[in-house]
Design a protein around this ligand. Structure first.
Ligand code: G1P
Length: 306
């Protein structure tokens, strides 16, 4: 199999679960410590040796393009003020990656967003990273999937175990064959089933390595979809065409940052692993655990930011 070098990132959604923040600011630009969430996703891609990023955006998302672009005036300012290390953290991504932007004009679903980028993909395997899903792991989640794709020469989707009552929020797989504790051959996939109809508790999370054949399947289901075009339905179509698809329980913790609760949890988890923030945040959390009604404790001084 040829090297996997491209990733499609659908970033055209409205972010309704995060209103009013997302009224004027794309949800992909939510901060995760000191960088936008989308940069964290791109860095996972870079750590997985991906060079080309095809980002599907929509109206009012120009801050995404501006973020991943040179900023000569800011660079000159930082150099003048001896802050060259900050230039380096902006430059590093631009030097090692290429960006292509595709616009989605109507919110017609995840499958439609991927289909719009079809002209960027040749007869090759490629990655899909959903920027709502932040996966904190030792080995980058996408790289974990790529390793399986090279090994099995087939498409691979990331999964995690969920409580069955959460099935209506996810694509769910059925297992054709269990290969190892973490690796499964997929029998079927169904998008957001009721708890009763869920074929397992194994839910798709936002990382995929897909064969280019997915575009034929998307073409096919486009003709029959009345509403949104689901990527899960296209994967189902590939399976009906006897394409092998594997599912891998990625090792790491996944946060859905499309909601405020998931976003706060992700930030805490990232802070606890970050050399600069971990000390002070750990101290703060320990304090919260020991001091009752911390926020209303009048003997507590105002927190100083570090
Ligand atoms: C999408 C996919 C779904 C998957 C989920 C993971 O749904 O359609 O199959 O389980 O991402 O985050 P969304 O959350 O965009 O509705």
């Amino acid at each position: 199999m040829e090297d996997i070098t491209k990733v499609i990132i659908p970033a055209a959604g409205n972010g309704t679960r995060f209103l009013p923040y997302t009224k004027a600011i794309p949800k992909e630009m939510l901060p995760l410590l000191d960088k936008p969430a989308l940069q964290t996703i791109i860095e996972e891609g870079i750590a997985s040796a991906i060079k080309n990023y095809i980002i599907v955006t929509s109206r009012d998302k120009s801050s995404i393009e501006n973020h991943f672009d040179a900023h000569p005036a800011l660079e000159a300012f930082l150099k003048e003020h001896n802050k060259e290390s900050l230039v380096e953290c902006i430059d590093r991504i631009l030097k090692t990656t290429e960006f292509t932007y595709v616009r989605q004009q109507e919110a017609l679903g995840l499958g439609h967003a991927i289909w719009l980028a079809r002209h960027c993909i040749q007869k090759e395997y490629f990655g899909v990273m959903l920027p709502d899903d932040i996966i904190v792991s030792k080995q980058p989640a996408l790289e974990q999937l790529m390793r399986i794709a090279y090994q099995e020469r087939a498409s691979v989707i990331a999964i995690q175990e969920i409580p069955l009552e959460c099935a209506p929020s996810y694509g769910i797989i059925s297992v054709k064959k269990q290969i190892t504790t973490h690796l499964f051959q997929v029998g079927s996939v169904i998008e957001k089933p009721s708890q009763k109809n869920a074929p397992s508790n194994l839910a798709i999370i936002g990382r995929y390595v897909l064969s280019h054949k997915i575009f034929n399947s998307l073409d096919y289901i486009r003709n029959y979809s009345v509403d949104e075009i689901q990527l899960t339905d296209a994967i189902s179509h590939m399976l009906h065409n006897n394409e092998k698809v594997f599912a891998y329980k990625v090792q790491g913790i996944r946060y859905d940052i499309g909601t405020p609760t998931g976003w706060v949890k992700a930030i805490i988890s990232l802070a606890l692993q970050h050399p600069h923030y971990q000390g002070s945040i750990r101290r703060y959390i320990n304090e919260l655990n020991t001091v009752e009604s911390h926020l209303y404790n009048t003997s507590k001084n105002i927190e100083h930011s570090i």
